[in-house]
Design a protein around this ligand. Sequence first.
Ligand SMILES: [Zn+2]
Length: 241
Amino acid sequence: MEQNKEQIESVLCGRCHRKTNHKILFSEQQDYGNDEIVGTYKYQVIQCQGCDTISFRKLESNSENYAPETGEPDVFETLYPERIEEKNATNIIEWRSYNELPPKVNGLYEETTRCFSQGFRILCAAGIRAIVEAVCQDKNIKKGTVTIKDKSGKTKTKISSNLEGKINNLAENDILTKSNADILHSLRYLGNEALHELEVPSTEELSLALGIIIHILDDIYKFPLQKKALKNVRDKAGKKT
Ligand SMILES: [Zn+2]
């Protein structure tokens, strides 16, 4: 085991979303080899000197991969958790624990934000759509009214079990405001394009969409609890609520 307490290297930070100085807190090296190839793995615990986040890095080099001009080995770096360099990506997508959410919604929320941080954009869009489906399921919304045009171009309404109908029903049941329901419809399009047309959404689109989802989840699950807590505090103090 080598302890390099003072060793500093430039590594991409998943929280700062850029290369920052990282202190190598711990490093363990393993060599391997046979008649054809020799190589080295280095396993390191590293810490960003900007935000203090601790993460893990694996470095691999071997006798087969090197720069022909210099003879220097190529070093392959793998970082855990994976991360992307995203200058404008999201201060909004903090790792936040969402204790207020039902487990299914929370699980999807975590997977979806993880897809975002790691640059899996189609899956992130699919996740956003799935979060909306999970909210409907949690609220026991199975169908709702949709407006369609018939062959002659006349509009009429019908009951549908598709996501459009369910979102409308969330609004009809006052779980969502009408304007938030309209916003969710636009996220539905985003998910449809990603899943059915395999259109890759931009990071900016996804970052905005996740911001909206967080706002709507707060609206449905967090604010009612906070309102209740505030009422309790005021009731106890004998104040008007
Ligand atoms: Zn950092």
